[in-house]
Design a protein around this ligand. Sequence first.
Ligand SMILES: Nc1ncnc2c1ncn2[C@@H]1O[C@H](COP(=O)(O)OP(=O)(O)OP(=O)(O)O)[C@@H](O)[C@H]1O
Ligand SMILES: [Mg+2]
Length: 283
Amino acid sequence: MPINDAIIFQNVRFTYPETKGPVLKNVSFKVKKGTWISLIGHNGSGKSTISKLVNGLLLPDSNSHSQISVAGLNLNSKNIWNIREKVGIVFQNPDNQFVGATVGDDVAFGLENRGVSRQKMIKIVKQVLSEVGMLDYIDAEPANLSGGQKQRVAIAGILAVEPEIIILDESTSMLDPSGRAQILKIIRRLMKAKDLTILSITHDIDEASMADDVIVLNDGQILDQDTPLNIFSKVEMLQRIGLDIPFVEKLKLKLKEMGIKIPKELQTKDELKQYLCQLDLKK
Ligand SMILES: Nc1ncnc2c1ncn2[C@@H]1O[C@H](COP(=O)(O)OP(=O)(O)OP(=O)(O)O)[C@@H](O)[C@H]1O
Ligand SMILES: [Mg+2]
């Protein structure tokens, strides 16, 4: 039977040895295979903890009824290595992700332990570097690259081992808007071409809006899961838990205060502009 859900969390509880109580409490959600999910929530709400559970860097509390399934495999100490092969994480700080002396070596690193022949390795490294537009830098030193280029190399390193799921844990937060847009465009293209599932953890509303679904986390609990359109129009909920709201929603609030009601479906600046231009405000 084909697997429909790439990630399933059921009643997941997680406690760090150092924390008094659990930092995740009864967390349940599903991510359909081939979809893009954004995870949003305030600092310390448990987002990175979730990402580390997805790739088996952490295991849920053993004395709980937690169940995690990733790419059709139940997460347990026996399956950890199988699961890690299926999930790649791109972290926030690109500088902490390099192990190789050159870009090419770095991308090859994940392949070296898998008994891949040298000839095949060179072919894969070139292929994935060209997929992220970094083939020209194959002999460059990672330290000399820009932040955006480093993140592209990190993505190439992950692609080399053919994951099913890619987690972006604030991977674009240190990039400027154009670097961020480039990375997101690359990820979207790869997602379609390779049927990848994307879990993006982000504070950036534009990035979260690209998702099929948004999960809202608050103090280690899931508060909501819905389309970006629906989530970002729940302005009161977002403000209550200290999250930013999109520019267009802020503008809608101001217009509402002025007595001008804007339909919920209008989400982009352009749609709003068009709508306002055709209103007869003198009436
Ligand atoms: N290794 C650790 N040991 C002990 N406590 C930890 C550890 N890592 C995280 N925590 C605690 O667990 C909670 C959740 O942390 P987590 O890193 O998952 O949050 P986050 O939502 O990713 O936050 P941010 O937006 O700041 O990255 C926080 O209270 C944090 O202090
Ligand atoms: Mg985090």
